[in-house]
Design a binder for this molecule. Structure first.
Ligand SMILES: [Zn+2]
Length: 269
């Protein structure tokens, strides 16, 4: 258990990720995955039933089936590429709105003075980078699924296996894809909240924060537990395991930063 760290005088509460935003994003990603999987199964069942005899006897239908699968994968690739920018933009805009208002509220709670938060080069850069990262991740959900499904179908046809066994394998693959979508929604919500809150804090003239290990994660990193309570530069991060990182940046990291308002407290590193 990390040691309790007494709160410094100028310390604001940390902006924690918003669960409603995570769930909404997760549902949208799952919906896309569900559509793709249903369509793949539907097509495969119809194809297998129509050509059962050939599929188990002959090698030539495998080539034809591979071509058809590749065409379908291409359609879904286009579908994901079409939808990813909107999904990512809506998600990141929601996180930014939440992180900005939570940061403002935390500042008011501490100082009693309300602040206005303007868009800055840093906040715009962080937003664009977060949107791009999410677009790539959404597209990768489709490409990984397509590669795996192609492998499963081809091995099944080559081995002359029936549709039932293939369907079972595809269902297992679908489960993995769905869990990946859930992981992306959670991990990106943590990261984007931390990064956008930090960008907004820098925009308010806050330069330092205290690293807080919240103990929420299932497998906390020992080095992050040790970092609990340390003050770091909001533009640079804290040096942990040989590199400068920010709270929440590493996969499954539940650490957060509590910003310190300058002048209220004189503590330094
Ligand atoms: Zn951590």
């Amino acid at each position: 258990m990390p040691a309790r760290v007494s709160k410094a005088r100028g310390e604001m509460r940390a902006t924690l990720p918003n669960a409603a935003l995570r769930i909404a994003y997760q549902r949208q990603l799952e919906k896309l995955v569900d559509e793709m999987h249903r369509s793949t199964l539907y097509w495969l069942r119809a194809t297998y039933r129509a050509r059962q005899g050939e599929i188990v006897q002959d090698a030539s239908p495998a080539r034809d089936l591979a071509d058809q699968l590749a065409r379908r994968a291409k359609q879904w690739r286009r579908m994901f590429a079409d939808r990813a920018p909107d999904l990512a933009r809506t998600f990141i805009a929601g996180v930014d709105k939440y992180a900005t208002s939570a940061t403002k509220q935390a500042a008011v709670a501490l100082t009693g003075i309300s602040v206005s938060v303007k868009d800055t080069l840093v906040s715009n850069t962080v937003m664009q980078a977060s949107i791009q990262e999410n677009v790539s991740l959404i597209k990768s959900i489709q490409s990984e699924y397509a590669t795996e499904v192609e492998g499963l179908v081809m091995r099944s046809v080559t081995a002359g296996r029936g549709l039932q066994q293939l369907t079972d394998q595809l269902e297992a693959r679908y489960g993995i894809t769905r869990r990946r979508a859930k992981f992306i929604a959670n991990d990106q919500n943590n990261k984007a909240t931390a990064q956008l809150a930090r960008a907004r804090q820098l925009g308010m003239g806050i330069n330092k924060a205290r690293w807080l290990h919240t103990g929420g994660g299932k497998n906390p990193r020992h080095s992050h537990v040790l970092a609990n309570g340390k003050v770091f530069d909001l533009s640079k991060g804290l040096k942990i395991d040989g590199e400068y990182i920010f709270p929440g940046e590493k996969p499954n990291c539940g650490c957060v930063g509590a910003p310190i308002i300058p002048g209220v407290d004189d503590e330094t590193e």
